[in-house]
Write a protein that binds this ligand. Structure first.
Ligand code: SAM
Length: 207
């Protein structure tokens, strides 16, 4: 579990980083946070009633899901004050709480069992992926799933492109996601084109 000072420094970094960019965040990220819409398309074909997104940012994923599954209940856990306020204004009906993926207990956030916990380009920013995955898994209802989409190892890109992107991501405290913690927990991982992104799924048994 990360130290409190480490998390506090991370929160300050997030607030600084997103203070201005949140206004054009959705438009700019459209061009490099690939795979998100495919994951949302898959989610709307499945049976679930409750979904919590960890690190929902501006709330664009929840908003898109709400349009297509208006009767489901949604929540979010977001450590960045600037992003959380932005998402709250945009989606006042969604329960958004402050907190980190690694340390926040959100199992009771919706007052009913959680069918899906979504991490969309969030785990690549968390300090302790194992702790974040364990919390998500523990918060799930039987038969529920942790759903992950995030940067993969970028190995299918030309070498210079991959190096440049990794360096640029580092400035934003982003580390391409190692899929091993998902695999170690019995989850399944698939790669997007050119190993740019991965989609991971970790299912909790029904009984
Ligand atoms: C790249 S943005 C993705 C936002 C949104 N999920 C999307 O797909 O557009 C990463 C988000 O994760 C949040 N985040 C970063 N570190 C986190 C942590 N340790 N726990 C929870 N959320 C975190 C950031 O504040 C930000 O909102």
């Amino acid at each position: 579990m990360p130290e409190a000072e480490v998390l506090d420094a991370h929160r300050q970094f997030l607030n600084q980083s997103y203070r201005f960019t949140r206004h054009f965040y959705d438009l700019s990220r459209k061009y490099y946070l690939f795979g998100r819409d495919k994951v949302l398309d898959d989610l709307v074909t499945e049976r679930w009633d409750t979904l919590v997104e960890i690190g929902p940012g501006t709330g664009r994923n929840i908003k898109a899901l709400m349009r297509r599954r208006p009767n489901a209940r949604y929540g979010g856990v977001e450590p960045c004050d600037e992003m959380r306020e932005h998402a709250r204004t945009r989606l006042p009906e969604v329960k958004m709480i402050p907190g980190f993926a690694e340390t926040t207990d959100y199992a009771d956030l919706l007052g009913e069992p959680i069918d899906r916990v979504l991490f969309s380009y969030c785990l690549s920013m968390v300090t302790d992926v194992d702790a974040a995955l364990d919390r998500a898994y523990d918060a799930l209802a039987p038969g529920g799933e942790v759903v992950v989409v995030d940067f993969a190892d970028l190995d299918g890109l030309p070498r210079l492109g991959s190096l440049g992107l990794r360096t640029w991501l580092k400035w934003f405290h982003v580390t391409p996601l190692d899929p091993q913690p998902i695999i170690d927990r019995g989850g399944l991982v698939q790669y997007g084109p050119r190993r740019y992104y991965i989609v991971g799924r970790l299912t909790k048994p029904v009984a």
